[in-house]
Design a protein around this ligand. Structure first.
Ligand code: RB5
Length: 147
């Protein structure tokens, strides 16, 4: 893994993202990133807004980076983006992961477990957590998100 933005992240998923979350945690620990798992802890059906909320409150308060996983990444990102200071981006490939960091300073990566393979998820994670915000013309735009 290239040089990372952070050594610890928070992670959460709904039931559709549970298995991928478990794999992602192992991948992160191999890459020396500590993950704080906020659930879900089984494949039992849950509602993704509840897990997006748990994670978003921590990101908002403690400036953590996060990973959220649901079936598509879409529902959980919509839910997370209702919280100030959370900039959640669904990424399906390395390009979207890189631009979400460079232009949007995204702090939460959302993955769609039913739509992407784990091999691709690992590439997305590597890219997202090693790409810096470009700043410059993007600063004032990102600031406006919280106004
Ligand atoms: C759960 O079945 C599924 O709807 C959810 O994981 C997610 O894909 C919603 O956006």
């Amino acid at each position: 893994m290239p040089k990372l933005l952070t050594k610890s992240i928070v992670i959460a998923s709904d039931h559709a993202g549970y298995l991928m979350k478990e794999k992602v945690k192992i991948f992160l620990s191999k890459s020396k990133i500590k993950s704080l798992d906020l659930g879900v802890f089984s494949k039992e059906r849950v509602d993704y807004p509840d897990y997006a909320k748990k994670l978003s409150l921590l990101v908002k308060k403690r400036s953590f980076y996060g990973i959220l996983i649901c079936g598509t990444g879409i529902g959980i990102s919509i839910a997370a983006n209702r919280f100030k200071k959370v900039r959640a981006a669904v990424c399906y490939d390395k390009i979207s992961a890189s631009l979400a960091r460079k232009h949007n300073n995204a702090n939460v990566l959302c993955l769609g477990a039913r739509l992407i393979h784990f091999k691709n998820a690992k590439k997305i994670i590597n890219t997202f957590f090693s790409t810096k915000f470009e700043g410059g013309r993007h600063i004032k735009r990102v600031k406006k998100l919280d106004k």
